[in-house]
Structure formats: C-alpha cells, structure tokens
Ligand binder design. Structure first.
Ligand code: C5P
Length: 211
C-alpha cells in the first residue's frame, strides 16, 4: 500500500511542530521534524569547533558523521543553536546531507500508514510529490509573543524585542537564501495560525476529512 506524505512548511515559530504532532497522533502517521536535524548538525559543529564560516571545514566534518540523532532536546532549542542552524542551512552540502537522512527515514519506517514531515523546504523540494502540502502563516509579532510566553512559562529569562529581532533575522535568512529558500510550495494549502489552535485545527480537519 502506498504511504501517504503530508508536508508542513512555514517560518520560525509558526507552530509547525504542534500541528505536525496533532496530525501524526490523530491520523496515526510517523512524524519527522526536519528542523531537529539542522539543529543536531549545528550542535555537532559547535561541539567540534567547526568554523561555520569555512565551507571546507563544514564539508570535512559532514564526511566524518555516520549517524545523527532525530531526538528533540532542550540542548538544541537554545537561541544560539536556532541561529547557527539557520546559518548552516544556507549550504547545499548541508542540505543534501540532511535530505538524505529524511529519504532514509521514510524508506526505513514502514510500520504506520504514512508520514507528516515539517520544515522549510519539504513541500517545495524534499517531497515535491507529497499527497498534501500545508503552509503555515502567522505574523512575526504573534510568533515572537508565543515564543516569549513559552520561555517565561518554562522558567527561562527572555526579552520580547530580542526574540522578535531573532525571528525576523531567521525569516530573512530562510527566505533569501539561494538554496531551497522558504517559499509557499506549489499546490500548498495555506493554514492561518494567527488565531487560536482550535481554529487552526478546524482548518486542518476540514482539509483532511475531504482528503
Ligand atoms: O524548524 P526549526 O526552527 O527547528 O529549524 C531550525 C533552522 O533550520 C531554520 O531556521 C532553518 O534555517 C533550518 N531548516 C531548513 N530547512 C528545513 C528545516 C529547518 O532550512 N527543512
């Protein structure tokens, strides 16, 4: 039986992860958060003192990596790793390496009836022929406000203007890069996540029920 693939793209802190988790639970699909892979690679570069301004050092390190963890953790959710992940994501070598990890994941995980995969280039590049493509839209100010609340609620120090500035910087980097920039994929359904999660889920449920 053919496995279905649902892609979710959208800017930083747009709620892709929460939406993907909801869909994977409700429709029993494997979830792959491709951002984790960029973050994991950024952490490896950081821990191994790789100069991320030097493409030769990046290429050399990638060749030495045999495995990358797909696990989320607090360690890869810092502002520093967010910025570094976005910085290294401009390189074609990095993107090719991470795309292969995603193709292998889909090949190996056959148990469930399909996949929900989120990121920046999933519907536009990595899984162009996906069965359903979603693009999440939320204003930068609302994304920053939600991220700020999340950090404060988890007991971390946080400054709203700095979060907004970082989100805008990541948006610029993700949208303006030459390789696989963040775009609305061809044929994608736009999901408005500016309002409540309930409202977002209603839009998604309508789409999936008619699918
Ligand atoms: O989604 P998340 O914020 O965890 O992603 C971290 C960074 O990794 C993004 O800012 C983006 O630059 C990069 N990324 C990407 N393509 C993806 C997923 C993430 O370029 N498919």
């Amino acid at each position: 039986m053919k496995k279905i693939i649902i892609t979710i793209d959208g800017p930083a802190a747009s709620g892709k992860e929460r939406i993907a988790k909801y869909i994977s639970k409700k429709w029993k699909l494997n979830h792959l958060d491709s951002g984790i892979l960029y973050r994991r690679l950024a952490l490896i570069f950081l821990n191994n003192n790789v100069d991320t301004n030097n493409i030769n050092q990046i290429k050399k390190k990638i060749k030495q990596i045999h495995e990358i963890s797909f696990r989320n953790s607090k360690q890869i959710r810092t502002q520093n790793i967010s910025k570094l992940a976005s910085k290294i994501a401009i390189h074609n070598n990095v993107r090719r390496f991470i795309n292969k990890l995603q193709y292998d994941f889909v090949k190996k995980n056959k148990k469930k009836q399909g996949f929900v995969i989120d990121g920046r280039d999933i519907g536009s590049i990595v899984f162009k022929n996906a069965d359903l493509k979603l693009y999440i839209e939320v204003k930068a100010e609302i994304r920053a406000k939600r991220r700020y609340k999340q950090l404060i609620d988890s007991g971390e120090k946080s400054i709203y203007p700095k979060i907004l500035k970082d989100i805008k910087l990541r948006d610029r980097q993700d949208k303006l890069r030459k390789n696989s920039p963040l775009v609305i994929p061809k044929g994608a359904q736009i999901i408005d996540n500016n309002d409540s999660f309930k409202n977002t889920i209603r839009q998604i449920s309508e789409l999936l029920e008619n699918f």
